[in-house]
Design a protein around this ligand. Structure first.
Ligand code: UDX
Length: 443
């Protein structure tokens, strides 16, 4: 990667949305930009503050968010956060602009969920670039359907591929929502669409090799540049921004396992299971007779603090074959030679991390745009196996064995290796990243 050396004064202000699946890609993007000569200021809410010590090159500014409660409904949380953040961010920019040489802030790079940033940047005549931390396909779905929340895509038949991908998107499940949530959703969708359309450009954490068609359709919808500059994590391999402490002991355990033998199980930073689902997963993993590394975040099993609800006899049955941790160094785990499969909730970061390491996926989406990602993985790219219906130990055993060892999963495993190769070529070429850097230097 070309490293021109930091040009003091060419500052980019990153605006974070405070959840792990958003913090990681934004700080990885910051690391990429920093290595290409920009100074980085990260503006973030007090809630879920990132660990500043892990990014000594960045300047961090925590902004008062006035959030009283833990987030309940995600749409209401989003609209409250955007409303609360505005005046503090405006004051902050005012101070920055006074302090810094007049043209030193090159642009504001904001997570599109922090859509308020675009209009404030416009008031200061600073270019604003929106970042979609999820896939191009989900951005396309949002623009085709989500920008107008009164429209139910399943009733229309314009783009059959898109309809298929968005079939179960919970954000579009209007019937399941109450009035207050619907109002918040309408406001969020409208403001987000508006902010993206009015941005100077959009950056997407994806690769041309992976999402060429969706990117082409998206570029048709927009008159502004769209940069597919991912996978961000591959350009910032040292960057770690875990909010929870990573249990690195699992790497020593992986070192003792046979190549490609371990199934890694993790459902990201938000998904929760019921106690019954947790028990079925436990028995499924015990019955499949494969080594497993299972991340159970504290509080992620309803009604339990951690794993005290494990079935009696589980530990004796599993013995040294299984490891359960509270949080893993996931990128390192997926890159480990002992790992042969990933049972995932299909968050976009996990999806990209798995593809870049060539690890086939067992797909069990929980919420957000995860079912769209699962559809891409299982039905379009055919590098994943979908685990549908109620979680049940027999089905889990069958699916994990298909993914890892059985003959009928061989095609999935081989295709994922081909996807890894394509991703490697794309990342090595740095085409999307170079275009973005060129654009930033032109501002
Ligand atoms: C959220 C949404 O749920 C997801 O749908 C959206 O695509 C991004 O934002 P999350 O559910 O946390 O994210 O999933 P994901 O996108 O996979 O991000 C999780 C991140 O945490 C990944 O970068 C992963 O490497 C990391 N992680 C996860 C760890 O470092 N250790 C773990 O034990 C588990």
């Amino acid at each position: 990667m070309e490293k021109p050396g930091r040009r003091e004064g060419r500052r980019i202000v990153l605006v974070l949305y405070p959840f792990q699946g958003h913090i990681n890609p934004m700080l990885q993007l910051g690391t990429m930009l920093c290595s290409r000569g920009f100074s980085i200021t990260v503006v973030h809410p007090e809630f879920n503050s990132p660990d500043t010590s892990k990014h000594p090159d960045f300047t961090f500014i925590s902004v008062e968010d006035c959030l009283i409660d833990e987030p309940g409904d995600s749409m209401t949380f989003l609209s409250t956060l955007n409303a609360n953040f505005q005046s503090s961010f405006r004051r902050l920019l005012e101070q920055m602009m006074k302090r810094e040489a007049e043209n030193s802030v090159v642009c504001i790079v904001f997570d599109v969920l922090m859509y308020f940033a675009q209009s404030i940047a416009a008031d200061f005549k600073i270019p604003a670039i929106g970042v979609r931390t999820t896939s191009a396909a989900s951005a396309l779905a949002f623009f085709t359907y989500g920008g107008n929340p009164s429209r139910d895509p399943r009733l229309e038949g314009q783009d059959t591929e898109l309809n298929f991908l968005t079939k179960d998107l919970p954000a579009l499940d209007l019937k399941a929502r109450n009035d207050a949530t619907l109002k918040a959703q309408a406001e969020v969708m409208h403001s987000m669409g508006q902010a993206m359309r009015s941005s100077t450009a959009i950056i997407i954490n994806t690769m041309d090799s992976l999402e060429q068609t969706s990117l082409a359709k998206l570029r048709e919808c927009f008159s502004i540049p769209i940069f597919a500059a991912g996978s961000f994590h591959k350009y910032a391999p040292e960057s770690s921004s875990s909010l929870l402490k990573e249990d690195t002991n699992c790497i020593s355990w992986l070192n003792e396992q046979a190549p490609k033998s371990v199934i890694y199980v993790s459902f990201g930073s938000i998904a929760k299971t019921t106690k019954n689902q947790f028990l079925e997963i436990a028995w499924g993993l015990a019955d499949c007779a494969l080594p497993f590394l299972w991340v159970v975040r504290p509080g992620s099993v309803e009604g339990c603090e951690w794993i005290e609800g494990l079935p009696g006899g589980f530990n004796e049955m599993v013995k040294e074959r299984g490891r359960i941790v509270k949080w893993a160094p996931q990128k390192e785990v997926l890159a480990h030679s002992a790992v042969g499969g990933f049972w995932s909730h299909c968050g976009w970061n996990s999806t990209l991390e798995s593809i870049c390491e060539g690890i086939p996926m067992l797909c069990r989406p929980f919420n957000a745009e995860q079912c769209l990602n699962a559809r891409c993985l299982c039905h379009m790219w055919k590098v994943g196996i979908e685990l549908e219906n109620e979680l049940e130990r027999g089905a889990i055993k069958k699916a994990t064995r298909k993914l890892m060892v059985d003959n009928d999963g061989k095609g999935t495993r081989e295709r994922m290796l081909a996807f890894k190769k394509a991703a490697e070529i794309c990342v090595e070429k740095e085409a999307g990243l170079n275009e973005l850097i060129h654009f930033l230097f032109s501002l």
